[in-house]
Ligand binder design. Structure first.
Ligand code: THU
Length: 166
């Protein structure tokens, strides 16, 4: 039997159409992208997330001469938020990128980042709104990270003894 998974998201034509809070978060992600340390790829990613206490945490990608040692902007953002503000759920996360060329389509988080972000969605049982944009053009908004990672691996698969404390 063939089965199909559909992904629903909202597309906004430009920043003016975007709800104010999303616009603000995307703006902060864009500023953060400027300070990315990306001398190897020259692909600067910026992320900004809003916590349930109203705090906004920003991050950008950090590269390393030993390539796998760097980290994506999104994981730095969620790990940094979890380290600095433990116990606070993430309400929304905006991601954007800047390169030498114009990026006129939404930039989506890599698989490893989706998995890492999803962990906090599950932990706090609260959907994370995900706002994606390139350096210009349309914006894609997802109601949750789960939407972006269907058929996911999660802690329910682990045996009881290894299961995370809930
Ligand atoms: N990068 C991110 O920061 N986020 C992603 O979701 C994908 C890629 C970074 C990693 C690397 O520094 C550069 O973009 C090029 O892959």
């Amino acid at each position: 039997m063939k089965k199909k998974i559909e992904i629903a998201y909202t597309q906004y034509e430009d920043l003016q159409e975007l709800p104010q809070q999303d616009h603000e978060l995307l703006q902060k992600a864009s500023v953060a992208a400027e300070d990315a340390y990306a001398p190897y790829s020259r692909f600067k990613v910026g992320a900004a997330l809003r916590l349930d206490n109203g705090v906004i945490v920003t991050a950008n990608n950090q590269e390393n001469a030993a390539f796998p040692s760097g980290l994506c902007a999104e994981r730095i953002a969620v790990f940094s938020a979890a380290a600095q503000y433990p116990g606070h759920a993430i309400e929304a996360l905006a991601i954007t990128a800047k390169a030498q060329h114009d990026i006129d389509h939404p930039i989506a988080p890599c698989g490893a980042c989706r998995q890492s972000i999803l962990e906090y969605e599950h932990k706090f049982k609260k959907p994370i709104r995900v706002i994606l944009r390139g350096s210009s053009g349309k914006i894609a908004v997802f109601d949750s990270m789960e939407t972006l990672l269907p058929f996911q691996f999660n802690s329910d698969e682990l045996p009881r003894s290894q299961e995370a404390e809930r």
